[in-house]
Structures are given as structure tokens and as C-alpha cells.
Ligand binder design. Structure first.
Ligand SMILES: [Zn+2]
Ligand SMILES: [Zn+2]
Length: 310
């Protein structure tokens, strides 16, 4: 039984709280109490997510001498998710400029407020919207088995639902904060446009796929087109904003292929259609074109203190 690396990666990181935990860790949080206070996350949920990230290899739990509380330190694998999160932030900055939506104020080492672009590792050109074809190699499709439910209908789920409805909810979370939605979106981005194809590719139940397609259309990430009458059949295509999610997919694929390739998974390949070659995409600063990593970026201290909403 084999999953693609991208599927394993989505299972691991496409989750509302996981995305927020990484955001805080990248901003320097290390203590359990710091995370809990910053996110207002239910303690049991926080514990569960931290445990999962330790098991995955993204975090190390270290006892702090003389302190009751242990520290959570990002491993190299965890730090390497920074470009993915910055690609998500870039998408957010491009497609969701509503006031009141918090975007972490990162600055690149060149001094410019961080804006990012994707670079092709083969031809070293910037990758434009839609210049990418995503392919899967040696993937055996198996029915999707939902992991054990992560949110009981309790305080956690209610808080999350409330955030989802609030106007300060970053739009990009509709995809990276929801694994089913991200699976459907990634199938569409890989060229599966008909309902049956999406069901087959994701292995999700048809009702789930319908629901996620509805949500993706409400978020204007996907459009539908009637291609047959009686019975009516639709095909689904990514909108311009939806196609731009390829920038996030590229960073996640690069990360997954670096860190998950030995976990019995088939690799997902990204072809740069401009140069026609399979590539790894590198995230670079749009101003100086140097790499965007946790080591080459820092927080804008003024912006950080002005932070008001989650
Ligand atoms: Zn290229
Ligand atoms: Zn720069």
C-alpha cells in the first residue's frame, strides 16, 4: 500500500491548529504555556498536536533545566516547513487583503518586508501562475481512511467553527487548515476536473467531496462548468486564486520529497512547463531573489507589537 508523499504531507500539516502552532513556533514560541496563551487552543488539542509533530520528526521535546515545563524545539525537518508557511502567507497577502486579518510581519535579511516568489531549480527562472504540471509516480490509490476524529464536538470544535466564520479568519486556512479540502483542491490542481475523478483520486466518500467542492466554490477557489445535461454533470476548475495555490503545493512537495521519500511513498513530481523539466521549487525573496528560510528572515518588531488579532 503506497501513498504519495504529498498525501502524507497533507495528512500531517493540513490542519487548522497545526498551521497555527507552526506560525507561533516560527515566531519564537517554545513553551507549552506560550503556545496555549497565544492560540487559545484547548489544552488536550495542543497536547495531541505537539505529540503528533514530535512523532513525525518536526519537533523535539526537551526538558528545561530547573523548570517544570519542557521546551518544544523545531528540528531541521520542522524548520524546513518555513518556506511552505511563507508560501501560504504570500497567497494570503495576494488574495485576501481584508483589514483585520493577521499576517505575521516577516522581514527578509535584505531589509525588505517579506514577499516571496517560486524559482525553478532547473532553469532558475521565476515560476509564473499555471506554469506547473503536477504528476504522481508509482502511486497505488487506496480508499482514504479517515484518521481518528481530531475534534470532538466540544469546546475545541466550537472555537474553531467560530473562528472560521469570523471575518479575521485568514482565507488560506480554508485550504491549509482542512485536510479534506486540501486533498480535493490538490486533485483539481493535478488535473482531475470531473467529480468521479476527484472521488477516485482522493479516495474520499462522495458526500465529503460534494461538501468540500461546495466550500471551495464559496471561497472562490474553484468554479464549476456544466458539461453534460440530463443527467447534469459538472466539471471543476481552479479559479485564478485557486491556481495560485500551486505556489504552496510546490513548497509542500519539495518538503515532502526531502523528508518523507523514505517512508514508502511515491513521489509527486512538479514539471515546470516553461523549461519542460522536473524541478524542485525554491522559495526566494521577491526583492533580492535570495532564499527564504527561517535563518534568512526575522520578525518586524514594530509590526509584531502591533499585532491584534489571530
Ligand atoms: Zn524551469
Ligand atoms: Zn530579500
Amino acid at each position: 500500500m503506497q501513498f504519495s508523499t504529498i498525501r502524507i504531507a497533507l495528512d500531517a500539516v493540513a490542519d487548522y491548529w497545526t498551521a497555527l502552532i507552526f506560525r507561533e513556533l516560527f515566531m519564537g514560541a517554545e513553551q507549552w504555556s506560550e503556545l496555549e496563551a497565544a492560540l487559545e487552543v484547548p489544552p488536550s488539542t495542543l497536547n495531541k498536536r505537539l505529540k503528533e509533530l514530535v512523532a513525525l520528526g518536526c519537533l523535539e521535546r526537551r526538558a528545561a533545566p530547573g523548570r517544570k515545563e519542557s521546551r518544544y524545539v523545531l528540528t531541521e525537518m520542522g524548520r524546513d516547513l518555513f518556506p511552505f508557511q511563507m508560501a501560504a502567507r504570500e497567497w494570503q497577502l495576494t488574495w485576501d487583503r481584508r483589514p483585520g486579518v493577521f499576517v505575521t510581519p516577516w522581514v527578509h535579511q535584505c531589509g525588505a518586508p517579506l514577499r516571496c516568489s517560486s524559482l525553478c531549480s532547473q532553469c532558475h527562472q521565476l515560476i509564473e501562475n499555471g506554469d506547473v504540471r503536477l504528476e504522481e509516480s508509482s502511486v497505488v490509490l487506496v480508499p482514504y481512511q479517515a484518521p481518528p476524529p481530531r475534534h470532538r464536538r466540544g469546546a475545541g470544535a466550537t472555537a474553531r467553527d467560530a473562528r472560521a466564520k469570523s471575518s479575521s479568519y485568514p482565507k488560506v486556512m480554508a485550504v491549509i487548515g482542512n485536510r479534506r479540502s486540501s486533498m480535493v483542491m490538490s486533485a483539481i490542481l493535478r488535473g482531475q476536473v470531473r467529480f468521479d475523478e476527484i472521488v477516485r483520486q482522493t479516495g474520499l466518500p462522495t458526500a465529503t467531496v460534494s461538501e468540500q467542492l461546495k466550500q471551495l466554490q464559496l471561497s472562490n477557489l474553484v468554479h464549476s462548468r456544466l458539461y453534460q445535461r440530463r443527467p447534469d454533470r459538472y466539471e471543476y476548475q481552479a479559479s485564478e486564486a485557486g491556481i495560485d495555490l500551486v505556489g504552496l503545493a510546490l513548497q509542500l512537495i519539495s518538503w515532502a520529497n526531502r523528508w518523507l521519500a523514505d517512508r514508502g511513498a511515491g513521489a509527486t513530481r512538479a514539471i515546470h512547463t516553461d523549461c519542460g523539466r522536473a524541478m524542485h521549487s525554491r522559495l526566494v525573496c521577491s526583492t533580492c531573489r535570495e532564499a527564504v528560510t527561517l535563518d534568512t528572515c526575522h520578525l518586524d518588531s514594530l509590526g509584531a507589537t502591533a499585532r491584534t488579532s489571530a
